[in-house]
Design a protein around this ligand. Structure first.
Ligand SMILES: *Cc1c(COP(=O)(O)O)cnc(C)c1O
Length: 354
């Protein structure tokens, strides 16, 4: 039986996408070939890549606005260094909101001077710092829109004239934002867009070519742009499944339609966390993420009872990250509202039977 999958990543994808992808593994659109055995230079696959890149820009409202979408490999973790390789000439500013932001900082330090404008490490990253200044003499400002492990989300972008780079791995395509304020957006596919193996990079063309160092080809955004995201063999299946998910997103009314559903799901769960005396939320209320809800038991003695209950209810992936403990319910785009309702019902049943 299909589980209620609250996994933080790789995560649930839409059921129709699983079905189409399965079919394409057997026979891609009647071509007599599996998607897994087709040349990435075939006209069929070139069309998949072009469609995926174009859908990504369309959903973000960035078509014909001087941006290029690339599907690269190496995960968001490779972007931590690739961003700095391509953009960091002397100094960059970083906002430290969690584990992933800290890793991005560590990598970028290899390339130049870093200014950590603020950090919420003092409170185990349970909030988003707000009062900080971004120096005007930096090459770029880097932030993380959604902190997957701690369950916090940046609700707005700080005002700045320097180019903004954002790791949107765990909330891209989940909420409407003015994406044209960003000069570079990156996201590993496996949190809200597709299977592991592809990383979406959306880059504003005019920010490139400004550093003096020599950039190895595979690390150079311009090289990938010049080859239409096919400098080397792309992660063909991951790109195809991402394309299917972006098509599915269109059927849901795009980001606007999706955001409404995501808000409904988040409200349902957070209301229960706040109402139920067995649970307490981890993240500061105003910074709560609709994608990853983190919460703990008020009495650790109830752990075995609650754990056996949600497992019996066919729920998967609810354990919190080891740095937070407790629970984390990841409610990415493809997770249905009915799965959140099942979790809320279990939380209420746990309260009644505690
Ligand atoms: C998961 C995650 C990463 C790391 O992604 P990989 O694709 O595993 O390298 C980076 N940033 C955020 C916000 C994440 O959630």
């Amino acid at each position: 039986m299909k589980k209620h999958n609250f996994s933080p990543g790789p995560c649930i994808l839409p059921q129709p996408v699983f079905e189409k992808a399965s079919q394409a593994v057997l026979d891609f659109e009647g071509s007599g070939l599996s998607i897994l055995e087709m040349s990435h230079r075939s006209k069929e696959f070139v069309a998949v890549m072009e469609n995926a890149r174009s859908l990504a820009l369309e959903h973000l409202g960035l078509r014909n606005k001087g941006y290029t979408a690339l599907f690269l490999q190496g995960g968001a973790s490779t972007q931590f260094l690739m961003v700095a390789y391509n953009l960091l000439e002397s100094k960059a500013a970083y906002l430290n909101t969690g584990t992933w932001a800290s890793k991005a900082i560590k990598e970028a330090k290899l390339f130049g001077e870093l200014v950590e404008v603020a950090s919420s490490k003092d409170a185990n990253f349970n909030y988003i710092p707000k009062d900080y200044a971004i120096p005007s003499d930096v090459d770029y400002f880097h932030c993380t829109s959604n902190n997957t492990i701690f369950g916090t989300q940046m609700k707005k972008l700080p005002l700045t004239d320097v180019p903004v780079v954002c790791d949107m791995s765990s909330d891209i395509f989940s909420r409407q934002m003015n994406f044209s304020k960003y000069s570079l957006i990156y996201a590993g596919a496996q949190k809200n867009m597709g299977p592991a193996g592809a990383t979406l990079v959306v880059v504003k063309d005019d920010i490139l070519g400004k550093v003096s160092r020599v950039i190895p080809s595979m690390m150079d955004y311009k090289v990938h742009m010049g080859k239409d995201s096919m400098f080397n063999t792309p992660p063909a299946f991951a790109v195809y499944v991402s394309m299917l998910t972006l098509e599915w997103l269109k059927d849901q009314g795009g980001i606007d339609g999706m955001e409404k559903v995501n808000n409904t799901k988040a409200e349902l769960l957070y209301n229960e966390i706040d109402r139920n005396p067995l649970f307490v939320g981890f993240a500061a209320n105003e910074d709560r993420s609709p994608m990853n809800a983190t919460f703990n038991l008020t009495d650790e003695g109830a752990k075995d009872h609650f754990d056996s209950m949600w497992k019996a209810a066919n729920i998967n992936g609810l354990n919190g990250h080891r740095s937070v403990g407790g629970y984390r319910a990841s409610m990415y785009n493809a997770l249905p509202l009915s799965s959140v309702q099942v979790l809320v019902d279990v939380m209420q049943e746990a309260e009644r039977t505690a």
